[in-house]
Write a protein that binds this ligand. Structure first.
Ligand SMILES: Cc1cc2nc3c(=O)[nH]c(=O)nc-3n(C[C@H](O)[C@H](O)[C@H](O)COP(=O)(O)OP(=O)(O)OC[C@H]3O[C@@H](n4cnc5c(N)ncnc54)[C@H](O)[C@@H]3O)c2cc1C
Length: 427
């Protein structure tokens, strides 16, 4: 019935960063949420994760205790010369909070996951979300919202949010077959404990509060993010190391394969000695398989929708994967809020899709361009005259202004009116 907000009983499939953010946002909007996770605990990997102001603003709006995530606050983007390690291009973010109202946080994934879990399930506004583990979604009746799990159980909900990652089952169930190709890049992730680097007298990259890059004009690139703040500074230096697929020995191995230091170093014979010294003592070296997905035709069907990596898997080079999942979660909370939800679940999921798909698709495309051209990376995209580096299309580049100046509340308002002019004209 029109004009009748009601509390919904919503299922979120997947208890990763996107699923937890959706649980928080929908809880704050007044709904009951149950997260179904296929693992016995929604375990997270030991790598860093970026949360720029466009993600942080929602953490604040939802009253998340951000300090629990032990973030390092980003102050600079630093591009080093590949061989000498000299600073080649620096994008200063000293006035970032002043300009955008929120900081750029670099979390360790385990800390971020725990921080979101505490907010989703702990005290605070709304009904605490429930987490049900060992429940792998295998089917959904899109008309009734009945979910089937691989353990033989079923559950019926008013709406089903698929936050089940890049290999999403919900995506398949709503009828999407991804058009995807394996990336020409391989990525190995490795950690260096800061204490170990200091003990060995290596360059102390923990002091710069920066995301630091080597290379980036072409496939090969090293990306370093410090995370896990303590009284002695960041405890972990998290390295993402990219190289052309044919240069390494890693094939189709996934995150569960532990690579050797030799495999990590092989593609980089001429890299800056200072960063190589770090990689030589790195730990927990794991491959991150990269696939390029074309944007999907739709994200919602019947009572189900997809979000996060299930909806828009992207190259990691804008560091926006988590932020886009958080924005998706925020949009779900707004469209199902007392202001916008009029009682029709299917229409409301279509409104969510109309709000999120254009913006996430732009970031997905810009991430693909940034994979081989660091000048396309938000921030560096403002310095396009540096050493003749160029973005592919000056008018189409993704900027900090576009990312952080976006007003989602206004976007929802406009699209809600466009979707149902008569019904929603009074909003
Ligand atoms: C190593 C690594 C490093 C990354 N670094 C960054 C970074 O620096 N910055 C950034 O912005 N992004 C980064 N990303 C991407 C970012 O983590 C994701 O974009 C973000 O976490 C959103 O993920 P998600 O919640 O949609 O999916 P996921 O985090 O993949 O979570 C999906 C969850 O669903 C569960 N699941 C899957 N299938 C089912 C099923 N059928 N039934 C029930 N549960 C299911 C999974 O077990 C998992 O818990 C990184 C990703 C990886 C893997």
């Amino acid at each position: 019935m029109a004009n009748a907000w009601r509390q919904l009983d919503i299922a979120v499939i997947g208890g990763g960063i996107g699923g937890l953010a959706a649980a928080i946002s929908l809880r704050r909007a007044g709904h009951q949420v149950t997260m179904y996770e296929r693992n016995d605990f929604a375990g997270e990997t030991g790598a860093s994760i970026s949360c720029a102001a466009n993600g942080t603003r929602w953490l604040h709006e939802w009253d998340v205790n951000v300090a629990e995530g032990r973030p390092v606050i980003l102050r600079k983007l630093i591009n080093h010369d590949w061989k000498s390690g000299d600073w080649d291009n620096v994008y200063d973010l000293g006035d970032y909070e002043e300009r955008w109202g929120h900081v750029y946080n670099m979390f360790h994934r385990v800390d971020m996951h725990q921080m979101l879990m505490n907010t989703a399930m702990g005290e605070g506004e709304g009904v605490p979300a429930r987490l049900v583990v060992n429940h792998k979604c295998v089917d959904i009746d899109l008309a009734t919202g009945t979910i089937s799990f691989d353990n033989g159980r079923t559950a019926k909900h008013d709406a089903v949010v698929g936050a089940d990652g890049v290999g999403s089952a919900v995506r398949k169930i709503i009828g999407i077959v991804p058009d995807k190709t394996i990336s020409t890049s391989t990525c190995l992730h490795a950690n260096v404990p800061t204490a170990r680097a200091r003990e060995l007298g290596l360059e102390d990259y923990s002091l710069n509060s920066g995301i630091e890059y080597w290379g980036g004009q072409g496939i090969s690139k090293i990306v370093l993010s410090p995370c896990k703040i303590s009284e002695n500074g960041p405890e972990v230096l998290s390295y993402y190391c990219f190289f052309p697929r044919e240069k390494g020995t890693i094939g189709d191995e996934g995150w569960n394969y532990e690579a050797t230091v030799e495999e990590l170093l092989a593609p980089y014979p001429d890299l800056d000695e200072k960063v190589l010294a770090h990689l030589r003592v790195s730990e927990d070296i794991r491959p991150w398989r990269l696939w390029v997905h074309k944007p999907y035709e739709y994200w919602a069907r019947g009572r189900a929708c997809i979000m996060g990596d299930a909806a828009h898997p992207m190259m990691p080079d804008q560091s926006q994967g988590a932020c886009m999942a958080i924005e998706d979660a925020a949009a779900l909370g707004i469209v199902f809020s007392k202001k916008h939800f009029r009682g029709d679940v299917e229409d409301t999921l279509k409104l969510y899709e109309a709000v999120r798909k254009p913006r996430a698709t732009r970031v997905q495309e810009a991430s693909k361009r940034a994979r081989e051209n660091i000048t396309e990376r938000i921030g560096f995209s403002s310095n396009t005259t540096h050493k003749g580096y160029r973005v592919a299309d000056e008018k189409n580049k993704l900027t900090i202004e576009e990312m952080n100046g976006y007003d989602m509340h206004e976007d929802v308002k406009v699209k809600a009116k466009a979707a149902l002019p008569g019904e929603r004209a009074s909003l």
